[in-house]
Design a protein around this ligand. Structure first.
Ligand code: HEC
Length: 266
């Protein structure tokens, strides 16, 4: 009998101990601020606003004067924001801005992007801006599409073309004095294939045919990121300068790609 009482007591003590543990945890939670709880929690979607303007598949002549507008069924709380994302098909969506208004002027952001098809979406999110928790679009957020430039290719962003011309023709000198060779030093201005490099000028169709999985822009971009990945017949690897992708910024790369496309389209 005493054995049973001892057993009962042990069980009782154990249970109480567990109970006490739980109470401790509860207390810890209750003491933590809502902010830290949010930061730990990752994405919190308040809801999915409805995109209104531009209507689906609107075609803009250029990137100037594009404002996105959306509606939401209630005002935002103090710690809520609209996470506005824009991306091109096949790319990862990226946040352009967190805003509290129900519209966003996106022309400046688009200025250094290629023309073409863009997708956009808005999600209302809660919590601290800049933490990487809200790294997604709410599954309820509708995705809309707009197009910059004419539907027929090539659709080239003139701002990028202009920015890329100097790099193509002159190369660049880095801050520590390294001189990066110009594209023109091998892809010559006469527009002919030579021993140094294949021609670029007027070669849109040939570049388009080089890889059936890639658009011309993707192919040219890939040729800079990893010149040895696609080596056209008649040339060997390691002939093209290999370091553009490590030395040029993303924006400089996009610009020189766009200028190369403008030459290919001539
Ligand atoms: C040192 C000479 C050299 C320089 C400098 C150079 N290239 Fe090249 N490029 C080549 C050679 C050789 C090839 C072919 C072999 C290969 O793809 O690696 C090539 C291939 C290419 C291709 C693919 C052409 C095709 O017909 O498939 C593109 C596009 C290209 N280069 C763009 C550029 C751009 C843009 C720059 C400047 C940012 C540049 N190249 C600088 C030598 C050069």
């Amino acid at each position: 009998m005493t054995r049973y009482i001892a057993l009962f007591l042990t069980c009782f003590l154990l249970l109480t101990a567990c109970g006490a543990d739980e109470t401790d945890t509860d207390l810890t939670n209750a003491e933590s601020t809502p902010e830290s709880a949010l930061a730990a929690e990752d994405a919190i979607f308040a809801d999915a606003p409805q995109p209104v303007i531009p209507t689906d598949d609107t075609v803009f002549d250029d990137h100037r004067d594009i404002t996105l507008k959306w509606e939401w069924h209630r005002p935002l709380n103090d710690d809520e924001y609209f996470d506005v994302r824009i991306w091109q098909p096949g790319e990862r969506d990226q946040t352009v801005s967190f805003v509290t208004e129900k519209e966003l002027y996106v022309s400046d952001w688009l200025q250094t992007k290629p023309w073409g098809i863009y997708l956009w979406s808005v999600t209302a999110v809660t919590g601290e801006i800049g933490t990487d928790g809200k790294d997604a679009i709410s599954p309820n957020s509708p995705i809309r599409r707009f197009i910059i430039g004419e539907i027929d290719s090539p659709r080239l962003n003139p701002v990028l073309v202009e920015n890329g011309e100097a790099i193509y023709n002159n190369g660049i000198t880095t801050a520590d004095g390294n001189i990066i060779p110009s594209c023109l030093s091998c892809h010559t201005a006469d527009g002919l294939d030579n021993a140094l490099a294949p021609a670029i000028i007027g070669q849109w169709d040939r570049l388009e045919a080089r890889n059936e999985l890639l658009s011309v822009r993707e192919y040219v971009h890939a040729s800079l990121l990893d010149p040895n990945e696609f080596v056209p017949e008649g040339y060997g690897p390691w002939l093209m300068y290999q370091e553009y992708a490590t030395i040029l910024t993303d924006e400089q790369l996009r610009a020189v790609v766009e200028y190369t496309l403008s030459l290919a389209a001539q």
